[in-house]
Design a protein around this ligand. Structure first.
Ligand code: DGJ
Length: 732
């Protein structure tokens, strides 16, 4: 096209562009992908390329989707594929591609044309659209999948790329999804962080060009940035108003999300595995399946979007999303590596006394030649340390039973310390460059999960624990190192390492889940270094951060809650922060409650408070775990943060309120408006979790209509002397 253009006069260029534009806008096959409130409309153009012509609120009359394209009078569309459903490179596309390939003959061009599509109803709520695209010149086939969850307005997208050529095809870039949005402006909310600083939010207006969110860390890939984000259309969405799209990649490895604002002021979002150092070679007949990209779109603000996403996660993704969870006492911060059988047996008694369901033994229980007494040795040698545990885990499990509590254990099976027998025996299982100096992250290296033998080793590590201790009730799966010096002694093609590592991890997890389908497992990665919905299919909960300072957690849990339901968030009461035990416990109750404190050192009142709080938690946890969450007042910019969990029937709720500002006289000077209630019903508000010897300033003899509470509000009476207040809301 460009070659032809260069020989034409100015006038004829304009004429030709008009023709291309008209051609591109010619009507073709229309495929509306609809959910309860929204529609993504795909349409073929005159050159048979598949484009996205609409992503917005759905229309009653499907036929009207045909009229959409014509009402936009934007600048010239030179190619007819700038709004491609799956942009390619090397032909007409002038923007960021979703797919770039090198064909068997070395040619780099790709043009994908529509072949056919079909929609299958998987059940009452879930449908799967498959669209088949093919290059007219090269024998390469792409299938685009759109799995829609009608009620939740959630879409999962992925693709399959099939090499039907006679020789190898190399995938240089291979995104999961390609979206295209039209609005006056776009506002991106993204996250960054580091250890103990997860989910730090930034919101900014997207400018022209490409903004990339990515990770190249290999493992612990969310350490600096997670693959979750939101884009508001026109203006930044608030909790209750505005158009907002949430996106997240279901992948535990390197990711790349490109947000490109183009010459027409439209936004292209291309999300998938990071192609950095990861060109994938497909042999003839081979298919590559990309991970899933998840999105939810709401026109009623961030609150609605997250309630939909949380409900989707509980119903379809998170392992045991509708199920129960175990409260626990963890010994990490209570003992670190310094424990023995006697100490642990005392902690088992404390577990019982506290009133939680399970004791979780953390890091430090294993390895003999290089005992795990610090973080610089032992990883990989998963045998009980004979000095610390002469009678093994089995004796602790039976002691737990005798105390009527369950027993769980920490593992970090993907990792190895250079000071370990495993490293000595299997240096070829370790990710490291053969000719370079080793670099360590927390004194350790990553095992090569692309190697099936290593996969078997990791599986056996967990399987042996269960085989020897059938009553083992919980696993905390940690992952503390990133990949340095990426190299696999097993792989022929080093470019496949990052992708095949994650595939290897999933294959271990699949095998484990086949054998142990329900045992609860915590997804931990030195804090929140690995939190995504692909991994959460195998895990019942995640560990948001090692930072358990409750003030920090109010902010962090707020941000996580946009994407993940409370039932998946492991929140522990620890000694981090300056707040009293009540504040720490109240904050930890906003998810799955646990403790990591020295129970025997609690004073009488603190212990009584914790014991009572656990009983209260047991009574209200179904609402926190399965109810609808309404973020009422943001900790950013307010003295008081408030969050409500409300049951489906809107008859019972729990409201958490926290002072987040230490300035003089800071507090709830004005009422906080509730959301989601039945306006007609009368509600009574009663304070929960009172510290022994204190009384509530809330008058629980009064009742208010839902209308009053939503229009005027309630006042939790939060102030320095009442820095955290938990309220129960009950309809008469
Ligand atoms: C990092 C985790 O985030 C902590 O909770 C703890 O398990 C340590 N690892 C143990 O090494």
């Amino acid at each position: 096209m460009l070659k032809k253009l260069s020989g034409l006069s100015g006038l004829s260029i304009v004429a030709l562009l008009t023709i291309v534009q008209t051609e591109a806008f010619a009507q073709g096959t229309i495929i509306p992908v609809e959910t309860k409130s929204n529609a993504l409309v795909l349409q073929t153009n005159s050159t048979n390329n598949l484009n996205i012509v609409y992503l917005g609120p759905k229309l009653t009359d499907k036929k009207e989707y045909e009229a959409i394209t014509a009402v936009y009078k934007q600048t010239a569309e030179y190619t007819g594929v700038s709004n491609a459903a799956y942009a390619t490179s090397g032909s007409r596309n002038l923007f960021e591609p979703a797919l770039t390939v090198t064909h068997a003959d070395g040619n780099n061009s790709l043009d994908l044309q529509y072949v056919r599509h079909e929609t299958k109803k998987l059940n009452d709520n879930v449908s799967l659209l498959t669209v088949v695209l093919k290059d007219p010149v090269y024998d390469l086939e792409v299938k685009l999948f759109y799995k829609t969850y009608f009620k939740e307005d959630v879409t999962e997208q992925w693709s399959e790329i099939k090499n039907n050529e006679k020789g190898n095809v190399v995938l240089q870039k291979f995104a999961s999804a390609n979206l295209y949005l039209k609005a006056d402006d776009f506002w991106l909310r993204q996250y960054h962080g580091d250890w103990a600083k997860e989910m730090q939010a930034e919101e900014s207006k997207l400018t022209h060009g490409i903004k990339t969110l990515d990770s190249k860390l290999g493992t612990r890939t969310n350490l600096f940035q997670p693959p979750s984000f939101m884009v508001s259309l026109n203006q930044p969405a608030t909790e209750d108003e505005g158009a907002v799209l949430y996106g997240s990649l279901e992948w535990s490895g390197n990711f790349r999300i490109d947000l490109e604002l183009d010459n027409q002021d439209n936004l292209r979002i291309i999300a998938g595995i990071n192609n950095h150092a990861s060109a994938m070679t497909l042999t003839p007949g081979e298919v590559f399946t990309t991970p899933v990209f998840l999105s939810v779109l709401s026109f009623n603000g961030k609150g609605e979007a997250s309630r939909k996403l949380q409900s989707w996660a509980r119903n379809y993704k998170l392992l045991g999303g509708k199920g129960s969870r175990l409260t626990l006492l963890n010994n990490w911060e209570a003992t670190y590596f310094d424990f023995n059988e006697t100490k642990l047996k005392a902690l088992l008694k404390d577990t019982k006394e506290l009133g939680v369901d399970l004791f979780l033994l953390d890091d430090g229980w294993f390895a003999n030649k290089y005992p795990r007494n610090n973080d610089d040795a032992g990883l990989g040698d998963w045998q009980e340390n004979k000095t610390k545990l002469p009678n093994g885990i089995a004796s602790l499990v039976s002691e737990a039973q005798a105390n009527d509590v369950k027993f769980g254990i920490w593992v970090e099976p993907e990792m190895v310390n250079p000071r370990s027998e495993l490293y000595e025996k299997h240096p070829d299982w370790v990710v490291k460059q053969p000719n370079r100096k080793e670099y360590y992250f927390r004194n350790q290296l990553v095992l090569d999960l692309s190697n099936p033998q290593v996969q078997q080793f990791v599986f056996n590590t967990i399987d042996n624990l269960f085989t020897k201790n059938p009553k083992l009730a919980y696993i905390k799966w940690d992952c503390n190192a990133v990949v340095y010096n990426a190299y696999s002694a097993h792989l022929k093609n080093q470019s496949h390492f990052y992708v095949q590592y994650v595939q290897g991890l999933y294959s271990v997890l699949q095998k484990l889940r086949k054998k142990y389908p329900t045992v609860p497992m915590m997804l931990c990665s030195g804090g929140g270094g690995r939190v995504d919905y692909a991994a959460l299919q195998y895990f019942t909960e995640f560990w948001p951060s090692d930072n358990t300072d409750p003030l920090e957690r109010v902010f962090m849990q707020w941000e996580y809650s946009y994407f993940y339901p409370a039932v998946s968030s492991g929140n522990h009461v620890t000694d981090w922060g300056k707040q009293p035990i009540k504040y720490r416990t109240d904050v930890a109750m906003m998810g799955k409650l646990g403790f990591d404190i020295v129970v025997s050192k609690l004073n009488e009142k603190d212990l009584k408070f914790c014991q009572d709080a656990i009983k209260t938690y047991n009574a209200v946890k179904p609402i926190i775990w399965q109810g609808n969450q309404y973020r009422l007042q943001n900790p950013v910019g307010n003295d008081v943060a408030a969050v409500l969990y409300l049951n489906e029937e809107r008859t019972t709720g729990v409201i958490f309120n926290y002072l987040v500002n230490n300035r003089y006289d800071a507090g709830s000077s004005r009422p906080i408006r509730l959301k989601g209630l039945d306006a007609q019903k009368r509600y009574r508000i009663k304070e929960l979790n009172l510290y022994p010897g204190t009384s509530s300033t809330i008058d629980d003899t009064k009742t208010y209509t839902g209308e009053f509470l939503m229009k005027v509000g309630y006042n939790p009476d939060v102030k320095a002397s009442r820095a955290s207040v938990v309220l129960e809301l009950k309809a008469e």
